[in-house]
Design a protein. Structure first.
Length: 175
């Protein structure tokens, strides 16, 4: 049976998985989850046509969620992407320092609502109520954009956990 080549993905990079590692070999045994995870990253964070939720908003959500979960490598990845796509340093700082309902003017009401929702769902999953969805609608998000936001928050949560597991496996195999 020919050896499968593991696709390079963001999880590999952030987990520090090298092609010749035991964890890479383990991941080669089940390539579909690797492809699906990277496909989700591409679709949710690097879409060819963002169609409503901007790339800055998408990476702002991922950056904020990574900061809230105290996952510095993921936070740095999304901070760097924000810089690459042209977010102003003041906006990136405002995202990092955001406190629910207390944006500093750099954020604007739409991103403020998105970040408040990000904080809520990241810190207390399952706590979103109908009035919170109404706040997103009031800030100008369409139902499709609200669904995209929910999908992104679910994916970022999964991605951070997958990276943590891959790192733990890498550390274990290094012993």
């Amino acid at each position: 049976m020919p050896s499968a080549t593991i696709p390079t993905d963001v999880i590999d990079r952030l987990a520090g998985i090298t092609d010749d590692s035991a964890v890479a070999e383990l991941r080669r045994q089940k390539l579909d989850p690797v492809r699906f995870a990277q496909g989700s990253y591409d679709a949710l964070l690097e879409p060819a046509d963002p169609a409503g939720v901007s790339l800055v908003e998408l990476h702002a959500v991922a950056y904020r969620a990574a900061l809230l979960t105290r996952f510095p490598d993921s936070a740095e990845w999304h901070r760097a992407r924000l810089e690459e796509i042209g977010a102003a340093p003041e906006l990136i700082r405002a995202i990092a320092e955001f406190s629910n309902g207390h944006g500093d003017g750099e954020i604007g009401p739409r991103l403020e609502a998105i970040l408040a929702h990000t904080n809520r769902v990241t810190v207390s999953p399952g706590s979103a109520q109908p009035e919170h969805i109404a706040q997103l609608k009031a800030a100008g998000l369409t139902p499709t954009e609200i669904v995209t936001l929910g999908q992104l928050l679910g994916f970022v949560s999964y991605q951070i956990r997958a990276i943590a597991v891959a790192r733990a496996l890498t550390e274990e195999t290094a012993r």
